[in-house]
Design a binder for this molecule. Sequence first.
Ligand SMILES: NC(=O)c1ccc[n+]([C@@H]2O[C@H](COP(=O)([O-])OP(=O)(O)OC[C@H]3O[C@@H](n4cnc5c(N)ncnc54)[C@H](OP(=O)(O)O)[C@@H]3O)[C@@H](O)[C@H]2O)c1
Length: 288
Amino acid sequence: MKIFVTGASGYIGRAVAEALRRRGHRVAGLTRSAVKARGLEAREIEAVIGDMRDSSAWKHAASRADVLIHCAVEYGAQYEALDRETVNGLLACGGRVLYTSGVWQYGAGGPFDESTAFAGKPLMPWRTEHEKLVLAAKGLVIRPGCVYGGAGGLTGLWFEGAVEQKAAPIVGEGANRWAVVHREDLADLYVRASESALAGELFNATDRSRFSVREMAAAASRAAGAGGAVKSLALPEAEKLYGAMARGLALDQHVDSSKAARLLDWTPRFNGFTDHADRFFASWKAVR
Ligand SMILES: NC(=O)c1ccc[n+]([C@@H]2O[C@H](COP(=O)([O-])OP(=O)(O)OC[C@H]3O[C@@H](n4cnc5c(N)ncnc54)[C@H](OP(=O)(O)O)[C@@H]3O)[C@@H](O)[C@H]2O)c1
């Protein structure tokens, strides 16, 4: 298959692009950076240099693809508008679109499965609208849990705090549990979804680990040499540091991903963040 990936240099998109390439697909990936483009080419991924904002730079490559996977994100004032514009641009290209959403769309509580509607207002209401655009066009939506593995996205914050301030920062007391997934397991789910003939389906992507945030942050802190020290931040303080993301970090969630197991034969291989925290720290340090 021919695949086009936005955010192919990012934490999730890179793993997805590489996993698809390993399966023998022709993969093209969007990046704004000439340096990162060389990194993609080195991994046999065709680099398309351009910005989400300017579809003329990537429309041609995207129109050749059977599957278009959206993993790019630009946080900031344009977050929502740029995401919508990109989703519409990808949908106009004709292939099947896979949209990356997230489990924060469910809010606190659970267990949630794909049939669960959010009670109240999600952290990012617009994201649900973008999901609907993709599902209506017979695309697929994936809602990853908080992703760990390698240098980490969110989990990198714990390593940074442990190294620089001798304590891994958490929002609240940390009795809450995140729904999580290892990046390679997540990439495997994207591969299976891309290779399937499924259309108009939403999938959660979480493993079955149920460690509390405090347990995971303490493991990160130990791995980073801070002896398991964790620093609890009150929500207003965390909002100053992390913006709206702080409310996501404070969520206590239980998310069920058995639909992906059932329809895509997907089995996560990793058992949660704490098992290999030392390896994740080594990775974080290496790419820092
Ligand atoms: N990380 C998690 O734990 C997690 C969990 C659930 C859902 N998600 C969702 O997954 C998606 C990807 O997250 P991530 O953590 O992989 O993000 P990331 O590591 O920050 O990667 C972002 C990517 O977007 C690209 N990008 C940024 N602005 C761009 C622009 N204007 N035009 C073109 N490309 C642009 C960057 O590429 P260049 O800099 O090379 O251009 C980069 O490859 C997001 O929607 C996020 O909300 C993430």
